[in-house]
Design a protein around this ligand. Structure first.
Ligand SMILES: *Cc1c(COP(=O)(O)O)cnc(C)c1O
Length: 403
């Protein structure tokens, strides 16, 4: 007998749960795209997104998913044959590398395995070894959603500065934006990109790129640039729909306006702290399971973990049946385990819990208790007391150490 009735719950690392407020804001007839509320809200929305990012340059939209932001960032700053340095900490970092190579960019990769973030000392050494300063950019993810490792972006900026290297710092914050701290300008990030469907709690379909002042000289000579993707027209549009290179993404804009209002009403510091607390609850729960079985957090060091998504390792053959059981029997959808290859290959040795965006302890307890029930129902060995650990974590208001 399945119990998957009532409200289902998506606990994957994007798309994330869409708040009712966002759904309601999108539930409307097609608006005028030349004047009226849609036009009025766009400039304010871009300014508020910049507040969320800590950006002092420009914010621009594309009707696209995160991949659109990847391509836009590369094409607006680079030319065929240019060299860049890429930090690889999982499948999403590799995906961006693969795209750069397909564009004809020469990519040198630094690999850090799949359970740790990039080591800033190694990054600094690689930059220092580039004595002719040929690297035009350093590209990295903030959180690699496949491994749930989290890079220390400030430390990477310091590595660039210590090596006295002029490469642009380009950061994919698709999984972390609106969940994990980001202060683009203060941290010296030159290009920051994200998408609407994760911490921004809106359906997939909008990419947002934040552009710092240092990029424009490279932009001027970047021959990969094409008219549709060109930043200039979108950053400084003369008339309204030019922000979008065509018809605006009408309903996404109403939805995202509401979502950004929710973030700013809560305050970004509180949003980040809430994610830290909820992530700590996940880790305490998984740690209790691991005491009696082959199930554990994929990233050993809590300081290296994302607070938006947690990859969980299981014994081979356990993760897919656990995910299936939770979905078909209880209506809770968990994220698949992903192999760290550029194309998404699902593994049966782990799964991922998305804990990003519109989430509170009640929703998270539902996910964790469902997994706990699945481990029991499927006779997968695991330690007991995990739900006790989850509720105690929240009750005590404990949180992982700040970095
Ligand atoms: C989700 C994600 C992507 C891909 O985003 P799409 O919207 O699927 O194109 C890229 N990078 C990271 C870090 C992500 O989490």
């Amino acid at each position: 007998m399945s119990l998957a009735f009532g409200r289902d719950h998506l606990a994957i690392p994007g798309p994330s749960v869409i708040p009712d407020r966002v759904l309601r804001a999108m539930h409307r007839n097609a608006p005028n795209i030349y004047a009226g509320p849609l036009v009025d809200l766009t400039k304010g929305l871009l300014d508020d997104l910049k507040r969320v990012a800590g950006c002092e340059g420009y914010a621009i939209f594309y009707i696209g998913n995160g991949h659109a932001g990847w391509e836009a960032s590369l094409c607006n700053t680079l030319s065929r044959g240019d060299r860049i340095l890429a930090l690889v900490t999982g499948r999403f970092s590799l995906g961006w590398v693969q795209m750069a190579r397909q564009l004809g960019i020469e990519v040198e990769t630094l690999e850090f395995g799949v359970t740790e973030p990039a080591d800033p000392a190694r990054v600094q050494a690689a930059l220092e070894a580039d004595t002719d300063k040929r690297f035009k950019a350093l590209i990295t993810v903030q959180t690699d959603t496949s491994t749930s490792t989290s890079n220390d972006i400030q430390a990477l900026r310091k590595a660039l500065d210590a090596a006295d290297h002029p490469a642009l710092l380009m950061v994919d914050a698709i999984a972390s934006f609106g969940c994990e701290p980001m202060r683009m300008h203060d941290w010296g990030v030159d290009v920051l990109l994200t998408a609407s469907q994760k911490g921004l709690m809106t359906p997939p379909g909008l990419a947002i790129v934040f552009i710092g002042e240092k990029v424009w000289p490279l932009h001027e000579v970047a021959t990969l640039n094409t008219p549709y993707w060109n930043w200039k027209a979108r950053a400084r549009p003369s008339v309204f729909p030019d922000h979008f290179g065509g018809t605006p993404p009408t309903h996404h804009l109403f939805g995202l306006r509401e979502a950004v209002d929710m973030l700013l009403e809560e305050s970004m510091e509180h949003v980040w702290e809430r994610h830290r607390t909820l992530a700590g609850c996940v880790w305490a729960t998984v740690d209790a399971w691991s005491a009696g079985g082959e199930i554990r957090c994929h990233v050993p060091n809590p300081l290296h973990r994302s607070t938006a998504v947690t990859a969980v390792d299981t014994a081979d053959g356990d993760s897919n049946r656990l995910r299936d059981w939770c979905e078909t029997q209880l209506g809770v959808v968990l994220g698949v385990g992903l192999k760290p290859t550029p194309t998404a290959t699902v593994v049966d040795t782990g799964f991922r819990i998305g804990h990003m965006g519109h989430l509170n302890p009640a929703m998270l307890f539902g996910t964790l208790a469902s997994i706990d029930a699945g481990l029991k129902a499927l006779d997968i060995p695991h330690g007991s007391g995990a739900l006790e650990a989850a509720s105690s974590w929240i009750a005590q208001g404990l949180r992982p150490s700040e970095r």
